[in-house]
Design a protein around this ligand. Sequence first.
Ligand code: ZN
Length: 510
Amino acid sequence: MHQDDTNDIDALHQLFDHIIDEGVGVILDTHSFDALHVRLRELMRPLAQAIVSEAGEDADDSQVDQAARAIATRAALDLWNHTPIPDNHFRPYKMDKPERNAPCPCGSQRKYKQCCGAVDSPSLTLPPDEMAARVLKRLPKERIGEIGALGVPVHTLGMVAQAWFEQERFDDVVALLEPVFKDVRGLDERAELAADVLGNAWLALGDEARRLELIATLKRAPDKTLKSAAFQREATLNCDRGDFPAAWAAFGQAQRLTPNNPTLAHLEVLLLLADGREAEARARVDFWTAKLSRDPEFDHSELIGLLHQMLDLGRVDERLAALPEDYPERRLLLHVEIEGIEPPIWRRLEVENSLTFAELHDILQTAMGWDDAHLHEFIVGEYRIGPAFEAEWDEPALPGEEVELGQVIGRKKSFRYLYDFGDGWSHRITIEQRLPSTPTERPAVLLAGKRACPPEDCGGVRGYYRLLNALARPDSEENRETLEWLGDYKPDAFSLASVRKDVASLFRRI
Ligand SMILES: [Zn+2]
């Protein structure tokens, strides 16, 4: 789909969302169809304007008025008939579609068929869940407790509670949902979301006892899915505490209750990884991948992706844990040079080996003169180290934020820094000397350097040489465009004093 179309559809979606919300507000505040119609007429005017001008007519005001009036009438009828009214036992007021010869509900005093009924306008999509949620979120606090008794579907309550939870209205979530779980006999899997949100609210409120109580209550539910959800919660809880026998016992219960529930896949892999049983986790991911992809009813590709991601992260955690915590602190004298370019573009720096690779990345970007506009990666012996969560390879890189130079450099003489996987700038970083650490000085200092780093996105080493050639023959017509693109780039320019200051300012001292 074209980008503009997507934006248009988004904008339209937002407009309708706003209109529906406003309409619901007017109905609840005024209980008046006429007031609703007046408000919708205002809100629909921009849309009416668009429709009239789309029809190729000169948008004269009365035409726009009439269009807005007709669309508003249709929308008002839809909204009126689908907005559950708290004082009406959460049932909508109802108004039949007018007879053709009846007076138009827009108040025009004309017959419906000659007024708004004559215009073909689309109806609004107003699913009951969504409408109930729109109403509930406007309900005054003191009435929240009543809702449970009013026959609002429990899944809707879950949705409303979820929205409140995201607004950190934890007390309201509790007030809304606590009554629901007083008696679990009539509840089924549709209560799962509500149960989840309530449990999370207790957690957010720091009330561990109530959370456990909720789990215990749900374990008594006659509905298997709900009961299984409770055991799954218990498993997670025990896993967080490091009590794996209890976690596995709860998992086993959940598995017996709902052996085919896909959420078990996630839980099982989570438990195996937390329990340090990586090989089994890998085997189970294969098992679940095969099983889930055979499901003819649902597309589980998102869950399957998540399972594989969990394995990757587990592997990263494991490799991070295997790195040495302690290493001799040193100040490294580094020589950095972009590979494959003559005359060389290079810098010489001193850095403390207690810096992280993420910090070294910032230092190199500044020292070289890059814009930090692309992905990067360090290759240090067998280690690949990059920004967290950016790698999409089979074997994800270790997160540069969490690895210090001293943990992996050891006795190595050099390592590499790749910047921009498109242009492929490879920097060879040679460790020229290992000096005693000087913690009282700035952790990184630029000492020397030559030549400007290539312009971003110039096409790698080959593109860079093309630029040099163009600069050497500025009068040639074919080079004109290239030189315009280059601006005032000077390949041999490098101001040590100013770049040294930039590097220093990365580590401002108070
Ligand atoms: Zn009318």
